[in-house]
Design a protein around this ligand. Structure first.
Ligand code: PLP
Ligand code: COI
Length: 370
């Protein structure tokens, strides 16, 4: 594929067309007290178009409304689609801030590359979010621990049924005021080990954030739910033995010598920004973090012997969520006391404090929106 970012402007200016009939204040206020996750959406959206030969154009902030798609639109047939997930947080002085949007912008480019899509310049990614959050800032939820979940995404919009990279794309951003990802704020979640289904194979799309990865995870997630578990954990596709990640979160293990371990970025798991931030925070307080493979049999043995004291899942949506119980067709085991462990809680607090501007930000992770 040719480098489609070449010779094209990296900046666009957004035309702002305000919603003619935004939701009324009483209705909005009601929604913001208990929005749940991913069910409530703000009044506006950002849209940028890409056309081969012309580059990125027609950037606008406009009313959020249904899209008009031709039935032959490429995405509906071959799933050429990628997305991102990040959050805007409220700082102590009332202003809003994003957490590491530059990292999401880079990952969006990596995902685009893998799916043979054009790479959106970081400037456009970040300014689209900045403009949209500014216009819909009154949609920040009032629920405790709430944030504005930001969902940038891009899909192939060429009207053509041949199998090839499309020549037209739509990039959009929508916003969803959210509370916790898990119902009831779950002190610890239970995990089902998928023995039959895998998420990603070497050479596949595991490290890209593309819709297809999530489509293929749903049947395994349904199996987890059927067995009374909150989430599914996938094993590697070659040996069905090594821990990879959950359907929408990375995984960490904490041992009784105070060290941590997480599966390496081998190309089959998503390089989580929360994962990377926690590794940095843990190492900066002197903890050892190994990025090494960990076998499912070892997990069971270490949990039973007491060598493993804590485990947690992490991601933008889930933040840091302790894993209390692991189940599979071979039986189940509990981790530690089945609730949040000390190291898990401490790292979570450190991360959340930086995100909310309550602790110093030595890594310059927080981008103020205003
Ligand atoms: N793994 C998968 C499959 C995910 O969908 C996510 C969430 O985006 C993560 C891991 C965690 O990534 P991040 O911390 O960047 O949100
Ligand atoms: C996120 O954490 O942003 C995700 O995309 C994962 C999904 C489970 C909501």
């Amino acid at each position: 594929m040719t480098d489609r970012t070449e010779n094209q402007s990296t900046a666009v200016s957004f035309a702002v067309r305000r919603h003619a009939e935004p939701l009324g204040v009483p209705e909005r206020t009601k929604l913001l007290t208990d929005p749940g996750f991913g069910r409530v959406f703000t009044d506006h959206m950002a849209v940028v178009r890409y056309t081969e030969g012309k580059g990125w154009h027609s950037a606008e902030i406009t009313a959020r409304k249904p899209l008009l798609l031709d039935p032959a639109s490429a995405v509906l047939h071959y799933a050429q689609e990628i997305f991102e997930g990040l959050k805007a947080y409220r700082l102590g002085d009332g202003s809003l801030a994003m957490f590491r949007p530059d990292a999401n912008a880079r990952r969006f480019q990596q995902s685009a590359k893998r799916l043979a899509m054009p790479e959106l310049p970081s400037e456009i990614f970040i300014s689209s979010i900045r403009e949209l959050v500014n216009i819909d800032r009154d949609w920040f939820p009032t629920v405790d621990g709430g944030s504005l979940y930001i969902r940038p995404f891009m899909f192939a919009n060429e009207v053509f049924l041949g199998v090839k990279p499309a020549s037209e794309y739509l990039y959009l951003v929508i916003l969803s005021p959210v509370g916790g990802y898990f119902k009831g704020g779950a002190p610890a979640v239970s995990i089902w080990v998928s023995q039959h289904y895998t998420r990603a194979a070497p050479g596949g799309t595991g490290a890209a954030k593309c819709g297809g990865n999530y489509a293929s995870s749903l049947v395994a997630q349904a199996e987890a739910t059927k067995h009374g578990c909150d989430q599914v954990v996938f094993l590697d596709a070659v040996e069905h033995r090594w821990l990879e990640e959950l359907g929408g979160m990375n995984v960490f293990l904490v041992f009784n010598d105070g060290t941590l371990q997480t599966p390496p970025l081998s190309g089959t798991i998503l390089p989580g920004i929360t994962r990377d931030s926690l590794i940095t925070l843990a190492r900066s307080e002197g903890l050892t973090v190994r990025e090494e493979p960990y076998a499912i049999d070892q997990w069971r043995a270490d949990a039973n012997s007491g060598r493993l004291t804590e485990a947690f899942a992490c991601g933008t949506a889930a933040v840091v969520t302790p894993i209390g119980r692991v189940a599979s067709p071979d039986g189940e085991f509990k981790i530690g006391a089945g609730g949040p462990g000390q190291i898990t809680s401490r790292l979570k607090q450190k991360l959340v404090d930086i995100q909310h501007g309550k602790a110093p930000d030595p890594h310059k992770w927080v981008y103020r929106i205003g």
